[in-house]
Unconditional design. Structure first.
Lengths: 337, 800
């Protein structure tokens, strides 16, 4: 009997070790009601009282071994099946996605909004003014009388003798000061017009951003401080600024302002033409005549103003070398920003 | 303004300062430098030599073998093809190896078997002209005169005074005084803290008893336009080339040498910043010079032989019969200095800037002179300038200066006096400078400081207030030395206005829906109104017109941004871009009746798309989303068949609940599409930003989520093609009553089964009550009402 049990165990194990073993069939063959082991157990009654527990234990061991072996094999089979399924379900992850289309802001608008957010963060409001403007606001109130040579540098489109397309965003300064008493802290982005034929660096229409601060005790140091903050936020924490004396009729003192090249950090590169500095804006202390023209007493108040070209900053930041691209609106261009 | 550093050295010594350092400092103190050029740096190893012997070349008829003394122990041999050389001639010699302008390199070699160790140079090879070297010929070797005898072996750049550096300044319009060597010398002296030395010109005169009034008298008819007129006469004039040093200074300044008298006027203009003019005395009728207005229609031929018709706004210098100069702009051909000129009248006058500017502009002749006058020159400068001219006449031996000066000065003005307010200036600039320092800077800049009074020099008409004084001080102290500070002020609230914030919202939504933003020009051609089919009587054809446009295509301010959108769509199609979905937040300009009123500037949101997936309903979906984002409820899309820009059967107006029109959308009319080269099926829309903004709602109130389930009922029926789904929906909604939560089109079918001109429409109605689960009976009752209404009002029967 002992031999029979050992033989059954061996036979079952052999069968189970075959690659295509049918586990259910093996279970029935050995452990089923009519199975071989069951048959052995049934024959236990014929054994002596001494033998019975010994053989019984052995039989239980054999049963347990076979059951365990079947379970282990079943688990193995399930794992293999899952693995096969996962392999079969593999997809080509390099095929393109099918997301809904993503739109894009115009690069000029991206830069303009970036500037706006920086100044809003510093307590500025956004003032708007007309593009078709009176000569008075565009020139005269800004200390540029008729026949002033400064008018030459801004070839202006005229509608009538008195109405023109604004050549700068500065008239908004005057309009704001006429309406609002200091303290004033505004920016004014918008379109301006100059009679320049279209080429890689000129356009008869472009965008400027004007800034104006008027209050008691505003100093030129404040102007520097504010522009430094702006430059660091716009062009990076390491950015430095440099003032160069210049002349604008509506500010005194006036300055051209350079930022350290944000491409090379000031070492000199192609973008800054080896200078290490890039001219970015014009600025100055609001001319007392301009304050007076707006009924602001220059003895009581002072202020500063600044202005910059949005195209210029956009082209520098994105390394765009031809201004025409900005107004061509080719979707292959627009999609890049 | 091109400044010769050799010339500058006459007035201030900065010879120890390299060009780059010089330029940087000048820019920092307010005289912006565009760049500098080292003259003659393209010439290397060229010296002065003297030909000792010339022998013929045995293998050539036209070549000659020259032996030259170039200052060394032994003569060198050079073969030349030039025919104007002779033994004893002093010539420029390019030694082997050497460099010449234009990248030419001279090496030793053999010419037809004979060794040649360099080259003899012509003026062209040294980049000179016959203006620079009037005795030279163009097609031969430059023969130098005997004054070069002691310069044999000398570098040619030194011998010909080519060794100069030229600094190019960009002088701003408020500083005409810096359009001169002396003006820049003053700035240089202050910038580098050096001594400035401006000699007073000394004129000896001839003391022959003759006096200027024997020759001319002057009368100023228009003192307002001519504050000062100074004149002197030079007789026994010998017209000749100017000496080399003078020619080379003019050349360095970008002015062509002509002859001694003309060169002197140019030289003085460059040195003093005072334009001068010289008349040939013999050409004057009578002896009286009159500064008067031109007669209307008066004819005038300028020095450059251009005819001009003058008018009464222009000032002329005239003799008793004719104008001899257009004041401050250009002299006349009728009194030009020629080789025969024997007596010269020098004019050094001051004219009113605006008048010169208008005249020059009208005549289209902006000259060195007018460019200076129009910025407003210093009347005090006329006398020193004319004295300098006469000093040069004597120095050059160009003639005898007649004693006496004519100097009419009706416009003499008191100097500007300003208070020196150090505290105020420090407060304004945010610095802390001593009053003494301020006074020193001002004195160096030629301001007279007496206690707390600053007397502004006559050539600084731009300085009129404390701010101007502050600028003078700070530009020398250094803008970059100002410490940056934060504004000391109350907190101000930085934020967008509601309208600006709404605009940002729209941009973000449009981009989120896959549209690209475009930026187009605000001016268009009036012909574009034809291209979009605008009726001849359309109010939109009245535009703001630019009086001096660049061209017709940019000549009027647009009243609609649709042409701009169509143009961009067409351009993208031309670029073979398969599809495009675009929007522009455009401004349009709607004029008023009154001529001197500014137009209304309105924001128009245009949309445009073509390509795969772009149809009317895509575009409508975008519009619906925008309205939904703006919480504008109850908008209707009303078919619009009469807008000529759009397909009459595929166009809708967006009508808001109160009847306001928010915009129009649809397919581009095939005819319009064709004019742009666009496919039919291109879609555009124009929305009125102001209407959207006015109707938007910012109030949001949360609605509790439904607690009870909904039931749905589907309805399918066949109807006429022309019956609008919107109309069916309205009928169903009304009939279903308040249990109807939603009505949705879920299928539409056209085909042989439903018949020609008909469509099968399937709608799903969602029914729900807020307070209970609807019973089957309630739902059936509502559905029954809907079916009845469809039959009653539209004659529709449900499909079986």
């Amino acid at each position: 009997m002992r031999e029979t049990l050992e033989r059954i165990r061996q036979a079952a194990m052999e069968q189970l070790s075959a690659a295509d073993a049918d586990l259910e069939q093996i279970r029935i063959q050995y452990l089923g009601k009519k199975g071989e082991l069951t048959a052995v157990l049934r024959g236990m009654g014929k054994l002596s009282a001494e033998e019975r527990p010994v053989i019984g234990q052995l039989a239980n061991e054999v049963r347990a071994d076979i059951e365990q072996a079947i379970a282990a094999q079943a688990e193995k089979n399930a794992a293999a099946a899952l693995e096969k399924k996962l392999i079969d379900e593999r997809i080509d992850v390099t095929m393109p996605g099918t997301a809904p289309a993503l739109g894009q802001r115009h690069p000029l608008a991206i830069i303009q909004r970036e500037m706006e957010e920086i100044f809003i963060g510093m307590g500025f409001q956004i003032a708007e003014g007309p593009e078709v403007e009176y000569d008075y606001y565009n020139f005269q109130a800004l200390n540029i009388p008729e026949n002033h040579p400064a008018r030459d540098t801004q070839d202006t489109f005229y509608i009538t003798d008195k109405i023109l397309l604004r050549s700068q965003t500065s008239p908004v300064q005057v309009r704001v000061m006429e309406k609002q008493r200091p303290p004033i802290r505004i920016i004014s982005p918008g379109r301006v017009y100059r009679s320049d034929a279209v080429d890689a660096t000129h356009s008869p229409l472009f965008h400027q951003m004007e800034g104006l601060v008027v209050d008691k005790g505003i100093t030129m140091g404040d102007l520097k401080g504010m522009l430094e903050l702006f430059a660091k936020q716009m062009f990076g924490e390491e950015t430095r600024i440099r003032f160069r004396p210049h002349h604008f009729p509506f500010t005194e003192p006036s300055a051209e302002v350079d930022v350290s090249c944000f491409a090379c950090g000031g070492k000199g590169c192609r973008l800054c033409k080896g200078e290490g500095w890039i001219e970015i804006l014009g600025a100055g202390m609001v001319h007392p005549n301009v304050l007076r023209n707006c009924n602001v007493d220059p003895e009581e108040y002072s202020g500063f103003a600044f202005g910059m070209g949005i195209e210029r900053v956009t082209m520098l930041k994105y390394h765009i070398d031809d201004m025409r691209l900005l107004y061509e609106n080719d979707v292959r261009f627009l999609g890049q920003f | 303004m091109n400044l010769s550093r050799n010339w500058l050295a006459d007035f201030v010594d900065v010879s120890d300062i390299e060009n780059k350092a010089y330029c940087d400092r000048m820019t920092d103190t307010g005289s912006k430098v565009e760049g500098f050029e080292v003259l003659g740096d393209d010439i290397e190893n060229v010296v002065v030599g003297r030909i000792t012997t010339i022998t013929p070349h045995e293998n050539s008829d036209h070549l000659q073998i020259c032996m030259l003394n170039v200052g060394g122990a032994e003569d060198i041999q050079i073969v030349t093809g030039a025919q104007n050389v002779f033994p004893g001639a002093i010539v420029p010699v390019a030694l082997a190896p050497s460099k010449l302008p234009g990248g030419v390199v001279i090496k030793a070699g053999k010419l037809r078997g004979v060794a040649s160790n360099g080259m003899l140079c012509s003026i062209g090879e040294l980049n000179l002209t016959t203006h620079d070297m009037p005795d030279a010929i163009e097609d031969g070797i430059l023969i130098l005169d005997e004054s070069f005898t002691d310069k044999i072996g000398m570098d040619i750049r030194e011998a010909l005074m080519l060794n100069d550096s030229v600094v190019e300044f960009e002088i701003t319009s408020n500083r005409p005084d810096c359009l001169s060597v002396i003006g820049l010398a003053r700035e240089t002296a202050v910038s580098f803290d050096r001594a400035l030395n401006i000699p007073t010109p000394v004129v000896k005169g001839v003391n022959d008893g003759d006096t200027v009034t024997n020759h001319i008298t002057v009368a100023i008819d228009e003192p307002a336009l001519c504050p000062r007129y100074t004149a002197r006469v030079v007789k026994n004039v010998k017209i000749a080339p100017s000496p080399l040093w003078l020619r080379m200074r003019l050349r360095a300044s970008g002015v062509r040498p002509i002859n001694n008298i003309v060169d002197i006027t140019n030289y003085v203009m460059l040195e003093y910043g005072q334009p001068m003019h010289a008349f040939d005395y013999a050409c004057l009728d009578g002896s009286e010079i009159r500064v008067r207005r031109a007669a209307a229609g008066e004819q005038f031929m300028s020095l450059d032989d251009q005819p001009h018709t003058l008018d009464e706004s222009m000032l002329v210098i005239a003799d008793q019969n004719k104008a001899v100069a257009l004041a401050g702009v250009m002299g006349g051909a009728n009194s030009e200095i020629t080789e025969k000129t024997a007596t010269v009248v020098f004019e050094s006058a001051n004219f009113m800037g605006a008048s010169v500017r208008v005249t020059a502009k009208k005549q289209g002749m902006r000259t060195e002179s007018s460019a200076r006058f129009e910025k407003g020159l210093d009347p005090e400068n006329t006398l020193p300038a004319i004295q300098r001219a006469c000093e040069l006449v004597e120095l050059l031996g160009a003639g005898d200066v007649v004693d006496g000066i004519i100097d009419l000065y009706p416009g003499k003005a008191e100097p500007t006096v300003l208070p020196l307010e150090p505290e105020k200036i420090n407060r304004f600039l945010g610095v802390n400078l001593e009053g003494e320092y301020m006074a020193k800077v001002l004195r160096d800049l030629a301001f007279d400081v007496q206690g707390d009074r600053v007397i502004v020099p006559s050539f600084r008409a731009d300085v009129v207030s404390m701010a101007d004084i502050a600028e003078e001080i700070i530009r020398i102290y250094g803008y970059n030395a100002i410490e940056s500070t934060a504004i000391f002020a109350g907190i101000s609230q930085g934020m967008r206005t509601p309208s600006q914030a709404y605009e940002v919202e729209l941009h973000d939504a449009l981009v989120g829906m896959g549209l690209y933003q475009i930026e187009t020009f605000s001016f268009i051609s009036p012909k574009f109104y034809d291209r979009i089919g605008l009726p001849a009587d359309s109010a939109l054809r009245r535009s703001v017109v630019i009086s001096n446009p660049l061209g017709e295509d940019t000549s009027v301010m647009r009243t609609t941004a649709l042409p701009s959108m169509l143009e961009v769509l067409a351009r993208n199609k031309n670029f073979a871009n398969e599809s495009a979905a675009l929007y522009e937040m455009a401004t349009v300009y709607l004029p008023h009746e009154a001529e001197n009123e500014l137009p209304d500037e309105c924001k128009q949101l245009t949309l445009g798309m073509y390509g795969a997936g772009a149809d009317f309903y895509t575009l409508k979906g975008v519009c619906e989303n925008l309205l939904s984002l703006s919480r504008i409820a109850g908008a209707r899309y009303v078919a619009c068949g009469d807008n000529p820009t759009f397909h009459p059967g595929r166009c809708a107006k967006i009508v808001l609940a109160d009847g306001a029109e928010a915009g129009i959308l649809g397919e581009v009319h095939p005819t319009v599409a064709a004019t742009y080269g666009l496919d039919s099926g291109t879609l555009i829309a124009a929305l009125d930003f102001a209407v959207l903004f006015a109707h938007r709602s910012v109030e949001v109130e949360y609605k509790p989520l439904p607690k009870f389930p909904a039931s749905t009922r589907d309805f399918s029926f066949v109807c006429e093609e022309a019956l609008e789904v919107g109309h069916i929906e309205d009928v169903m909604a009304k009939a279903g009553g308040k249990l109807v939560e939603d009505i949705r089109l879920f299928d539409i079918y056209r085909g042989p089964q439903v018949g020609e001109g008909k469509k099968s429409v399937s709608m799903r109605v969602t029914l729900r009550a807020a307070d209970r689960t609807l019973t089957v009976e309630e739902c059936d009752k509502a559905a029954g009402k809907i079916v009845a209404a469809l039959d009653r009002e539209l004659g529709l029967k449900l499909r079986g």
